[in-house]
Design a protein around this ligand. Structure first.
Ligand SMILES: NC(=O)C1=CN([C@@H]2O[C@H](COP(=O)(O)OP(=O)(O)OC[C@H]3O[C@@H](n4cnc5c(N)ncnc54)[C@H](O)[C@@H]3O)[C@@H](O)[C@H]2O)C=CC1
Ligand SMILES: O=C(O)C(=O)[C@H](O)COP(=O)(O)O
Length: 377
């Protein structure tokens, strides 16, 4: 048996070597020629898995170590008996941490008071439901927008995006990229939607670049139809629109899901899926010894801070989004390189937080958003 694997998937080296042949290649170099005699592919978003790459190959299974699967032509796979899997939820906590860092920056850099603000969470799946919970913990009013769930569920309250968007302080997108159909999300955020927003609204996109019409956003920002944008994902990335980047408040190179925890989960789910399919005896395999960041103990002096400021400061100390923003602006052409050499980032649960002169309410708020080790002195 032969596996082709993307060489940027961590924790994979050594896992299959004694069982079968495995070759590692950069995502963009995984071509039809390379896949010809491969039985399985372990991939990321950087390899288009479609007729071009798969026709005539021996590939029987594709496992993507990512949440999104818009890089896989699922119809082609289904029509050609190629099984495929993604890794649902693998890095959802990481995207939550990314959004938490945006919230932190709103409080620290822009002086926002989040309590009482209205936020539309568009797409309430693994990521969106975490963002909704995080926002509620910060006292925001959450408006959930998810037409597929709204149709399927009776007990949860969902809103129509166009009906509420004019009243929102924040609109954050967490949908898959659906290129067509009733639940199409391609350019879901377009001229029309942007023109309905208040001039103080912040738009965040950490889903897929094509969910927002970049030209429309550029125009809306230039004309101050809405206030600001945070973009992690971009149309045509890694060749991103620099004019747009210069207009957005925080710009990052598609790394919202890049915690090591999230990557480890993605690798684990892919290895186990391949193992189950080909009977390789790795059904329970999981990576161990996930490295910690240099500083995983956080000390916050709460003396003059509101509860919201305590949370904001804690969030940005676990992950400083500004550092990714600065790196991208300094070397925009290195978008893909920055993703490939991404620093160690760990999720909330890997940190020990001490609140100096903090209170029980702050401890319980931090625990409610995913911190496991919180003390006060
Ligand atoms: N920037 C990054 O690093 C990352 C980006 N992502 C992106 O985020 C997306 C969401 O991730 P998850 O929450 O884990 O996916 P999920 O599949 O758990 O949830 C997606 C939700 O969107 C809803 N939805 C579908 N069409 C919609 C529409 N037209 N309007 C509103 N809601 C709609 C679905 O019903 C579902 O509840 C992924 O598909 C991926 O593209 C995911 C992980 C990391
Ligand atoms: O999981 C997803 O979906 C993502 O967007 C990933 O964070 C992107 O991961 P890579 O393809 O860059 O590994």
């Amino acid at each position: 048996m032969k596996i082709i694997a993307d060489d940027k998937i961590p924790f994979l080296n050594g896992v299959f070597e004694n069982i079968c042949e495995i070759n590692y290649l950069p995502g963009a170099q995984i071509t039809n020629e390379v896949l010809k005699d491969a039985d399985a592919l372990i991939t990321r978003t950087r390899t288009k898995c479609n007729q071009n790459s798969l026709q005539g190959s021996c590939v029987k299974m594709i496992a993507s170590a990512t949440i999104g699967f818009d890089h896989i032509d699922t119809k082609y796979c289904e029509d050609n008996d190629i099984k495929w899997t993604n890794a649902p939820g693998c890095n959802a906590e990481s995207v939550k941490q990314y959004i938490a860092s945006v919230f932190g920056m709103l409080v620290i850099e822009k002086g926002w008071i989040l309590k009482g603000k209205k936020i539309a969470v568009v797409g309430v799946g693994n990521v969106g439901s975490r963002i909704a919970k995080l926002s509620e913990a910060l006292g925001m009013h959450v408006y959930k927008v998810d037409p597929p769930r709204a149709r399927a569920e009776k007990d949860e309250q969902f809103y129509e995006l166009k009906e509420i968007v004019g009243d929102m302080d924040i609109v954050t997108f967490h949908t898959p990229l659906n290129k067509e159909g009733d639940d199409k999300t391609y350019h879901l955020c377009n001229d029309e939607l942007l023109s309905m927003m208040k001039e103080t609204t912040l738009v965040i996109n950490s889903s897929r670049g094509e969910v927002i019409d970049g030209n429309a956003l550029k125009k809306a920002l230039a004309e101050e139809q809405m206030a600001a944008a945070v973009l992690d994902v971009w149309e045509k990335e890694p060749e991103i629109d620099k004019e747009l980047m210069n207009k957005v408040w925080l710009a990052t190179p598609h790394i919202a899901g890049y915690s090591l925890d999230g990557k480890a989960n993605g690798t684990m789910m892919s290895v186990q899926a391949i193992s189950r399919e080909f009977n390789l005896g790795l059904d329970d395999w999981e990576p161990n010894n996930i490295p910690l960041p240099k500083k995983n103990a956080i000390d916050i002096d709460c003396t003059f801070l509101s509860d919201e400021q305590v949370l904001a400061n804690t969030f940005v100390q676990t992950y400083a989004i500004k550092e990714d923003d600065i790196r991208l602006r300094m070397k925009t052409n290195e978008f893909e390189k920055q993703r490939g050499n991404y620093p160690i980032r760990r999720e909330f649960k890997a940190f020990e937080v001490n609140l100096h002169k903090g209170n029980d309410e702050q401890i319980s708020l931090l625990k409610s958003v995913g911190f496991e080790n919180v003390t006060r002195t």
